[in-house]
Write a protein that binds this ligand. Structure first.
Ligand SMILES: Cc1cc2nc3c(=O)[nH]c(=O)nc-3n(C[C@H](O)[C@H](O)[C@H](O)COP(=O)(O)O)c2cc1C
Length: 409
């Protein structure tokens, strides 16, 4: 979400029932470091008060009372000039019609018309309204070089009906906003990301696994999509959901359970890929002979025979030639040296070695450690959120991708 930092974002709110959810968007934009100015339509102010957004953004909120008032204040032309991106959420059928028709009869539509900034629209309305000829015609009339439209999600609607029209999750809107502002330095690249733990069954209800949440790999997949990559995410069993794909091609997710399944899915995903980010924590051992039934506690064996699971990076090493590979090492001792050993052993380009235990590493949100690489000195990486770490690691990976773009694998 680094693309939002220090950017000036005009958040337009029109009069849909989802207006009550936009506080989370305003807050998320602020947290990402953006300067947020809110403009509300008259109808929007009937759903939620401007005071909420003044408090959340620490800026005055523009309303139609300001538009039709000549005594000082900031004009629509000044507002139009002073923004890098306009986000309209929710965008009603009426506001969409105004934008498609080039109207300037309220503050929000006048700002959009007077500005050259890109516009991200988040339409939200009843399914029948969304699918109506008029709304679809209006969408088709927008200039695609300036307007980006997030199609509404399908699901439960305020009316009690079910269908497309739902307001998306605030996090998804923030990602689209970040993608609109760039950089798109991974456009045209295909990146395979593995994330999460694997599970090795002892029987249908007992298993060997580890505390990986998948958050690190999921943040890398999210950031790579925002930067324009096509992402293939091979995901173990995680509670944290994968990022929502911007479109059919931007993220594909393959869910796996065991280390063997992760190996096979990663191998398949590497076809035509430029890079592999191995952020998963596959289980290193599995029960030698999983039992077919649950079995009662008193009948369980006191010891368990284990066998080693395949090493994904070593097994795939021949297929990784010519691709940039970033690995991770969670270490309890001698973190940097252990990381460098793993980098050499597995023939990686880059490896992020981080300490685990005592509340850091697995599951914990901030992360810190050392970036060791084949071609440069070790970089010490101070504690930062996994989202920020994802962008940092992708910077280092992007620097090493061949400039021609795409591979011929
Ligand atoms: C309770 C209620 C909920 C509404 N929800 C929506 C909505 O979700 N989407 C929409 O396009 N219009 C919705 N409308 C209709 C808009 O409020 C109406 O078209 C209004 O004129 C929009 O004006 P604006 O685009 O200037 O904000 C709703 C109206 C009411 C009374």
């Amino acid at each position: 979400m680094r693309a939002l930092k220090d950017r000036r974002i005009l958040l337009g709110i029109s009069g849909g029932i989802a207006a009550y959810k936009v506080g989370f968007v305003a807050r998320g934009l602020r947290k990402a470091g953006a300067d947020v100015r809110v403009v509300m339509t008259q109808a929007a102010t009937k759903f939620v008060g401007p005071l909420t957004f003044e408090a959340l953004t620490e800026n005055p909120v523009g309303t139609d009372a300001d538009f039709f008032h000549t005594g000082g204040g900031v004009s629509h032309v000044e507002m139009a000039r002073a923004c890098d991106l306009i986000v309209i959420a929710p965008c009603t059928a009426t506001t969409l019609a105004r934008l498609a028709g080039g109207f300037a009869d309220n503050l929000l539509s006048a700002v959009v018309l007077a500005s050259r900034a890109p516009v991200l629209l988040v339409p939200s309305m009843h399914t029948a309204m969304w699918q109506s000829h008029a709304v679809q015609q209006n969408l088709a009339r927008l200039d695609p070089s300036r307007f980006r439209v997030m199609p509404p999600e399908a699901g439960d609607l305020a009316s009690g009906d079910v269908g497309p029209g739902r307001f998306p999750e605030p996090q998804d809107i923030l990602e689209q906003a970040a993608a609109t502002l760039g950089p798109r330095d991974l456009a045209g690249r295909t990146i395979v990301v593995t994330a999460g733990p694997t599970r090795e069954p002892m029987d249908p209800v007992r298993l060997i696994t580890n505390p990986s949440t998948g958050r690190m790999g999921i943040e890398i997949a999210r950031a790579a999509q925002v930067r324009g990559a096509r992402v293939r995410l091979v995901l173990g069993p995680t509670e944290v959901p994968p990022p929502r794909a911007f479109d059919d091609a931007s993220i594909s997710v393959v869910r796996v359970m065991t280390t063997q399944q992760m190996l096979e899915a990663t191998q398949a995903a590497l076809q035509g890929a430029d890079a592999l980010v191995m952020a998963a924590a596959p289980a290193d051992q599995r029960p030698a002979a999983p039992r077919p039934g649950k079995g009662r506690k008193k009948d369980l064996p006191a010891t368990l025979d284990l066998v080693t699971t395949p090493d994904i990076l070593l097994t795939l090493r021949p297929a990784l030639a010519g691709r940039i590979v970033l690995g991770f090492a969670a270490e309890t001792d001698d973190v940097e040296a252990s990381g460098r050993r793993k980098l050499d052993e597995k023939g990686l380009d880059l490896l992020f070695a981080n300490p685990v235990g005592d509340g850091v590493g697995f599951g914990a949100r901030p992360n810190e450690g050392f970036l060791v690489s084949r071609d440069r000195d070790t970089e010490t990486v101070a504690s930062r959120t996994k989202a920020d770490l994802a962008d940092f690691l992708l910077d280092r990976l992007a620097e090493r991708l061949p400039t021609s773009g795409g591979t011929t694998h």
